[in-house]
Design a protein around this ligand. Structure first.
Ligand SMILES: NC(=O)C1=CN([C@@H]2O[C@H](COP(=O)(O)OP(=O)(O)OC[C@H]3O[C@@H](n4cnc5c(N)ncnc54)[C@H](OP(=O)(O)O)[C@@H]3O)[C@@H](O)[C@H]2O)C=CC1
Ligand SMILES: O=C(O)[C@H](O)COP(=O)(O)O
Length: 496
């Protein structure tokens, strides 16, 4: 059970503590933030509402701890990460239970998230020892006008304190995807978990605590993003921000100082379906891609752009699969569960009503109970409808019928977002041309968009983000290059 067994020390009564200087503490604010169970809509857990003074202390301690950590051999850093990964996987059940209760993630997917996170941490440790163990050696005579009098040795050094802010939908996986690269690269961490998902993240942090990382190296402050977010992101002690979430990331980018930013933001991933596509494969991918975790994935299929000539067939196949989706509580491992909050459900409903008013075809009856919204495919969506452009982050999927691939590409590229997209066709030449024309960070050919496997590069363009994630890219993003140049009194040529 959450907060019991080895996790007992992270709670005090019905409140979860925050993590600072290697210890679990209650905030001096005396205030807590409630986490509402999306299914029951009742308070499930409470976390500390940390104060600005506490954030200041955390930053100070994180800075000091980082200086020592940077002097810890790379293999030792990797060893601790491997240990944390094993502890995380060992405790997958209680952590998954938190995911079920605070973000209504279906039970099996919740376990998968924790296991995937353990694997990500181990892979990062492996990748880190390889790529951080290598530097570059340059000689001066390759540049015009120079003799061979200078040797330049470059290596990768830590940035300092990394502020990690993940979103609610993968509070464990998208937290470790920031923590592990930061740590292997010699940085310290201040984690601000999403409020919905905070308790899962606190359990994950405790696994790192149990692994024996030095005090103050990993810290976790809780509180509403709207209250402590600006103070954290504009804090002078922060040397790098790795953020995943919605438009908040755009505002953070404008306010943050001159520090490296990794921003993974929203998406409106288009699925372009050509006439020659295998429609059974497409339908399976649309249902998995559009409706898994009730559409609350940044990489969910968010608009289907299908050639008119095959649209009826495809819609029929998708509808047949939608009818089989199990709707209900995450504890029963249902496919469609309550969306994260009432405000999210209201937002989704607003998009649905707008589409209704403007004449979209409802393939299923619109049904909602509390935060639970039944899966809905909207056919004959037109560009004047909000759902054609906005990200519902819910189980509602628009279908736009197109008469040419160019029309599909045009719709995709007219979006403010540019995260992922996909194209279904048996013609690899067409697929490549379309992929090259789509203004998105990634295009999947004959499969739905996905971030994983977690070592693949993952990036958005336009309002979908800055920089690139994926294990290798994240490690490289959390270091800077330091050079030492050896100057010789006279040219020296090897074996010369
Ligand atoms: N491209 C990608 O890799 C991914 C993108 N996303 C996107 O994330 C969104 C859904 O996630 P959601 O959690 O609702 O996103 P939000 O942007 O609302 O929140 C993300 C995180 O930011 C925090 N936060 C809120 N306000 C501030 C602030 N002023 N300063 C600093 N931090 C703040 C939140 O804390 P709190 O919860 O306390 O408000 C949370 O931890 C979708 O748009 C989705 O597409 C999701 C996953 C992956
Ligand atoms: O938030 C998201 O949508 C995740 O980054 C998705 O990860 P996945 O595509 O590998 O499930």
């Amino acid at each position: 059970m959450a907060g019991s067994g080895v996790f007992a020390e992270i709670t005090d009564g019905d409140e979860f503590k925050y993590y600072f200087e290697g210890e679990w503490k209650k905030s001096a604010s005396g205030k807590s933030v409630s986490i509402i169970n999306p299914t029951t809509r009742k308070t499930q857990y409470k976390v500390q509402a940390c104060t600005q003074e506490e954030v200041n202390k955390v930053m100070e301690i994180a800075k000091a701890a980082q200086k020592l950590w940077a002097k810890t051999p790379l293999w030792k850093r990797a060893e601790l990460l491997h240990k944390a990964a094993a502890i995380l996987k060992e405790h997958k059940a209680p952590i998954a239970e938190c995911l079920v209760k605070e973000i209504a993630k279906p039970a099996k997917d919740a376990v998968t998230e924790v296991v995937r996170s353990g694997d990500l941490v181990s892979y990062t440790a492996e990748e880190g020892v390889r790529i951080l163990g290598q530097g570059t050696y340059l000689v001066s005579d390759s540049f015009p006008g120079n003799e061979r009098t200078k040797y330049c040795l470059s290596s990768k050094i830590p940035l300092g304190v990394v502020l990690a802010i993940p979103p609610f939908n993968y509070p464990v996986n998208l937290a470790v995807s920031k923590l592990a690269p930061a740590l292997i690269a010699g940085n310290s961490i201040v984690l601000k978990p999403p409020t919905q998902g905070a308790v899962s993240a606190l359990h994950m942090v405790h696994c790192f605590h149990l692994a024996g990382f030095p005090k103050g190296l990993i810290n976790c402050v809780t509180g509403k993003g709207s209250e402590i977010g600006d103070f954290l992101t504009m804090h002078p002690g922060v040397n790098c921000i790795s953020f995943t979430g919605g438009d908040t990331g755009i505002a953070i980018s404008k306010k943050a100082g001159m520090i490296p930013l990794q921003m993974e933001l929203g998406g409106k991933d288009a699925c372009i379906v050509l006439e020659d596509a295998d429609l059974d494969l497409v339908a399976a991918n649309i249902v998995k891609g559009g409706f898994s975790y009730s559409g609350q994935r940044c990489t969910a299929v968010k608009v289907v752009l299908v050639m008119e000539s095959v649209a009826d067939d495809l819609v029929a196949k998708v509808n047949a699969k939608v009818a089989k989706l199990k709707v209900g509580p995450p504890e029963d491992d249902c496919d469609i569960t309550a969306v994260v909050s009432e405000s999210s459900a209201n937002f989704i409903e607003g998009l649905v009503m707008d589409a209704k008013q403007k004449g979209a075809t409802f393939c299923q009856e619109y049904k909602r109970e509390g935060n639970l919204i039944w899966p809905l495919l909207l056919d004959h969506v037109r560009p004047d409808m909000r759902i054609a452009w906005e990200e519902p982050f819910g189980p509602v999927l628009p279908v736009i019928r197109i008469t040419s691939a160019e029309e599909g590409i045009h719709h995709c590229n007219a979006s403010n977002f540019g995260l992922q997209g996909c194209v279904f066709t048996k013609d690899i030449n067409k697929a490549m041309l379309i992929s090259d024309a789509m203004e998105t960070g990634t295009v999947q050919i004959n499969s739905a968009p996905a971030r994983g496997p977690d070592h693949f590069p993952f990036q958005g363009i336009k309002d979908s983000g800055i920089g690139s994630q994926g294990i290798t890219n994240s490690i490289n993003m959390m270091v800077k290059v330091k050079s030492t140049v050896i100057n010789l009194p006279c040219p020296s040529y090897t074996m010369g």
